[in-house]
Design a protein around this ligand. Structure first.
Ligand SMILES: [Mn+2]
Length: 427
């Protein structure tokens, strides 16, 4: 305490004796700041450091406590040393403010700066920097587990584009055991990996083929951290992220050997976000962005040049294939979306027109986990994907009817007609 008082005197030019006199006399804070020529904030800091409350009724007691602390007989060297360390740190922190006495204002600015830095940590650029810096490490992750490539049933000449696959609601990390779901659900990393291999095989053996494969990656790749930890996560969240990148990489790497071009249009789902609220300032704190960017880098280091991943930061994709216009999105950002209700689809069409300046023929979304295709009045289909997990503990305890894991495959003819949609069971 003595050292502190000395430091306040010498380094911070505060007349401690004068301060203590004014304090004990019950002088008002305003008068004290005036007479000592310090800011209110700084006066409060000095009082706090010396354990002196500024309320008038406390002053006599606190003053005597301070004096008795200064008495050599009552001093505890260990506590004093600790106190000094804390005080010294505090003083160092405010050393800039002592010059202008605007501690309060500076504090607000500092808080804003800290907040900005915190937000910055979650920005897309930050993710990108990390991925770029770890490219070498990522190359080691690129293992490429073999998948059986079925003999192609394609007949030449095949069209340039038209074949579309969907990856939606895989919920990697979700752990569901059969006995918890009455035998209707079963899911783990290994099962997810196997199902994606099955799906890749189904794409390769689909009766309608094109040189380009368009993949709509529609979110909820990861089970995530939302819903208050209600969902069971296998091993850890970080492990789940790692599995997501490996499964997506293996899927694309295998298919890249067969298709001339693979275009992946991706958006995030609600489970990839760090909170359940999509309208937050950290909306790009989306782990699904991280997954896709990581896989993009893994493919790059593995010299896979015919796959391009395009991640839409708006959460919506508007893509034209053989003149057929498609709006793709996760599905949770549209209020009460119901593709079986023409009014709901009309609302989505109005949204599409105002957002993209054009209307869709077909829509593709995930989120609801129910494999569904409804023809619409815009010359196409509204396709809702099934999930990769099927019935899980969450859907079972919530009373949702059991659902098998499935993913859609669809084909757009060169004429622009979308007539073929198959919800492929991948269980
Ligand atoms: Mn979802």
């Amino acid at each position: 305490m003595l050292k502190l008082m000395k430091s306040l005197e010498e380094d911070y030019k505060v007349n401690i004796e004068h301060f203590l006199t004014l304090y004990r006399e019950g002088e008002t804070i305003e008068k004290m700041t005036e007479k000592l020529n310090v800011s209110t904030a700084y006066l409060r800091l000095i009082s706090t450091l010396l354990h002196l409350r500024l309320k008038k009724k406390c002053r006599e007691l606190d003053y005597h406590n301070l004096i008795s602390k200064l008495n050599p007989e009552s001093r505890n060297p260990k506590i004093e040393a600790l106190e000094e360390e804390i005080n010294y740190t505090l003083l160092k922190l405010v050393s800039a403010e002592k010059l202008n006495g605007k501690l309060g204002i500076e504090n607000t600015i500092l808080k804003k700066k800290v907040k900005a830095i915190q937000n910055d940590v979650y920005t897309v650029e930050h993710f990108e920097t990390i991925i770029e810096q770890n490219a070498e490490m990522l190359s080691k992750l690129a293992t490429n587990t073999p998948i059986n490539v079925f003999p192609s049933q394609r007949t030449d000449p095949i069209p340039y584009e038209g074949l579309c696959a969907v990856l939606a609601d895989l919920h990697i990390g979700d752990l569901t055991v059969a006995e918890e779901t009455g035998g209707t659900g079963n899911y783990s990393y290994q099962i997810a990996s196997n199902r994606l291999k099955t799906y890749a095989e189904c794409i390769l053996s689909y009766p309608y083929q094109s040189n380009t494969l368009t993949v709509f990656s529609l979110g909820d790749w990861i089970n995530g951290t939302i819903h208050g930890g209600l969902n069971t996560t296998e091993e850890s969240f970080v492990e789940s992220l790692y599995k997501c990148t490996q499964i997506l990489y293996d899927f694309l790497k295998t298919l890249s050997k067969v298709y001339s071009i693979i275009i992946v249009h991706a958006v995030g789902g609600n489970h990839g976000r760090v909170t359940e609220n999509p309208a937050i300032n950290k909306k790009y704190a989306d782990y699904e962005y991280l997954i896709h960017k990581t896989v993009e880098k893994m493919l790059e280091v593995a010299n896979v040049a015919n796959v391009s991943i395009m991640y839409s930061k708006s959460g919506y994709i508007f893509e034209t294939i053989n003149e057929h216009k498609i709006l793709a999105h996760h599905g949770d950002m549209q209020r009460s979306l119901n593709i079986t209700n023409p009014k709901s689809v009309a609302e989505l069409q109005a949204f599409c027109l105002t957002t993209f300046g054009d209307t869709f023929n077909s829509t593709v979304n995930g989120h609801f986990h129910n494999a569904l295709t409804v023809s619409n009045s815009y010359g196409g289909m509204c396709i809702q994907a099934g999930s990769g997990c099927g019935t899980n503990t969450f859907s079972f305890v919530s009373g949702f009817p059991p659902k098998r894991a499935s993913q859609p495959i669809f084909f757009i003819e060169e004429s622009g007609d979308l007539d073929t949609v198959s919800h492929i069971s991948i269980e």
